[in-house]
Design a protein around this ligand. Structure first.
Ligand code: IPM
Ligand code: MG
Length: 361
């Protein structure tokens, strides 16, 4: 089958890890007889360098012509990069938020599971991990809440004051809640809706709508959990979770925590979806400027994001299974990038890891 894929190589380690994911997709194409055409899209720091802006209309329009977009990571070192001398709305991260909004990518799926091969990389004790490890998915609302509310910094009565606003309407909550319940129906049929309903109005509405949506899914168990408790439960007993449904900022924070529990942030893939088949696929981690260009970053999160792209946007379950199995096989053969390396394992570079996975597809 023929598909058009947008490639956002991005900043920092982005170009390296996207290169490895493309290597894997090239193998998928030749093995399964598909033809992907690629179009390069600018976003973040790379876009600022080329155009002065972190996102241009050209990138948005071109992305809309694609079946899916695969992205590395964007951003630089806030202390040293000239990008951070620009006003906040012109910095790399603003471009990422803007493209999510422009493409209406409201549903961010971030699966976190512990490969049995990576038990040594998991900071939790054996008795907490248990026999089978854990397997959860965070469903994060991605185009609302605090990251998209009005914000301002100004002097009030001679005192510098900053305000950010957190708004959700019931429609925004309902559509992401439905997505979480649909996913739960294909998994273990449990949704944990995470909020701060003991303090925030937006969370009280969140809880009410989540409960309403649950009535349409009698086979799924809904539990509500306060976000501070959830942060604790993720390290106390991650096995209790199946689908974690939450708003934008809580999901941002909890997904970083979940990735570390799963061994390394270098393992966590993500899909950002709208109401259609289109999606933007990116690792959950950042651009790690400190290790950029050294060929040591872990490309697995990006490769697993490419597998999610095959599954969700291109309807290629068989091919996605093959990529995920190849990752599993490389890990069970003992190959590790530096972030997940432990005694007795074979340490490999970014490009070696990509090739090893591609060869096993
Ligand atoms: C993420 C990142 C972004 C976010 C930043 C870079 C704006 O942390 O994808 O989790 O907060 O969504
Ligand atoms: Mg984040």
């Amino acid at each position: 089958m023929e598909f058009k894929i947008g490639l956002i190589r991005g900043d920092g380690i982005g170009p390296e890890i996207v290169g490895e994911a493309k290597k894997v997709l090239d193998t998928v194409c030749s093995k399964y007889g598909h033809a992907f055409t690629y179009t390069e899209l600018l976003l973040g720091g790379a876009s600022i360098d080329a155009t002065g802006y972190p996102l241009t209309d050209e990138t948005v329009e071109e992305a809309k012509t694609c079946d899916a977009v695969l992205m590395g990571s964007i951003g630089g070192d806030a202390k040293t990069s000239p990008w951070y001398q620009l006003p906040p709305s012109r910095r790399p991260e603003a471009g990422l938020l803007a493209i999510r909004k422009a493409l209406n990518l409201f549903a961010n799926l971030r699966p976190a599971y512990l490969y049995k091969e990576l038990r040594d990389a998991c900071p939790l004790k054996d008795e907490i991990i248990g026999e089978d490890g854990f397997n959860l998915i965070i469903v994060r609302e991605l185009t609302g809440g605090l990251y998209f509310g009005a914000r301002e910094t100004k002097e009030v009565d001679g005192v510098m004051t900053a305000v950010d606003t957190l708004t959700y309407n019931e429609n925004e909550i309902r559509r992401i809640a439905k997505r979480a319940f649909d996913i739960a129906m294909k998994r273990n049929r449990k949704v944990t809706s995470v909020d701060k309903a003991n303090v925030l109005d937006s969370s009280r509405l969140w809880r009410k709508i989540a409960a309403e949506v649950a009535e349409e899914y009698p086979e799924v168990t809904l539990e509500h959990m306060l976000v501070d408790n959830c942060a604790m439960q993720l390290v106390r007993d991650p096995k209790q979770f199946d689908v974690v449904l939450t708003e934008n900022m809580f999901g941002d924070i909890l997904s970083d925590e979940a990735s570390m529990v799963a061994g390394s942030i270098g393992m966590l893939s993500s899909a950002s979806l709208n109401e259609t088949k289109f999606g933007l696929y990116e690792p959950s981690h950042g651009s790690a400027p400190d290790i950029a260009g050294k060929n040591i970053a872990n490309p697995i999160a990006t490769i697993l994001s490419a597998a999610m792209m095959l599954r969700y946007s291109l309807d290629m379950d068989r091919e996605a299974d093959a990529v995920e199995a190849a990752v599993q096989q490389v890990l069970s053969e003992g190959y590790r990038t530096a972030d997940i390396w432990s005694e007795g394992m074979t340490k490999v570079s970014t490009s070696e890891m990509g090739s090893l996975i591609a060869e096993r597809v």
